[in-house]
Design a protein around this ligand. Structure first.
Ligand code: K1U
Ligand code: ZN
Length: 167
């Protein structure tokens, strides 16, 4: 089992824009396995390659309680967004911070799976929120950047204090 270190906000590497995967290979599948193990161990319901300092368009998500519904999105593209909903989000790169974010409540996404096959998925609820959150990561955006500047400043101060106390 390979657990990968997760980059923590405000590390500038979280702002890199991920490149499309040119071909889905055994190496891609090994990375997906390591990413999913890292996500389950964290524990989390999603992980973007950006968060482990790999700047390729790869996302893993499992919003099930039983941890048996792993979804893989390679080169994901949002085709449709619909509705608006506010919900609480967390982020493995921003530990201990949970904030309300406004996003679309339905999403249609197209991506490649781990075999390099194209698929489309329509999602709502937590899965829709998680897909948008993870695609933001691939575009170099962290969820706190949906919040006011004042909240972002407070979050950075809180994380700095957390880090001082754990040293
Ligand atoms: O991208 C990430 O850092 C993962 C993040 C995904 C996410 C959570 C909530 C709303 C949108 C996106 C997390 O998984 S944070 C941890 C978390 O939500 C959780 C952890 C354990 C059990 C259930 C949820
Ligand atoms: Zn996140």
């Amino acid at each position: 089992m390979a657990l990968l270190p997760i980059i923590k906000y405000p590390d500038p590497r979280l702002h890199k824009v991920a490149k499309p995967v040119a071909a889905v290979t055994q190496q891609t599948r090994k990375l997906i396995k390591d990413m999913s193990e890292t996500m389950y161990a964290a524990p989390g319901i999603g992980l973007a390659a950006t968060q482990i300092d790999v700047h390729e368009q790869i996302v893993v998500i499992d919003v099930s309680e039983t941890h048996d519904e792993l979804r893989v999105f390679i080169n994901p593209v949002i085709l449709e967004l619909d509705g608006v909903e506010e919900s609480e989000e967390g982020c493995l790169s921003v530990p201990g911070i949970y904030e309300t974010v406004k996003r679309a409540n339905r999403v249609k996404v197209q991506a490649l799976n781990e075999n390099g096959e194209t698929f489309q998925l329509e999602a709502d609820g937590l899965l829709a929120v998680c897909i948008q959150h993870e695609i933001d990561h691939l575009q170099g955006k962290v969820f706190v950047e949906h919040l006011s500047h004042l909240k972002q400043t407070r979050i950075r101060a809180k994380l700095k204090k957390q880090r001082r106390e754990t040293l």
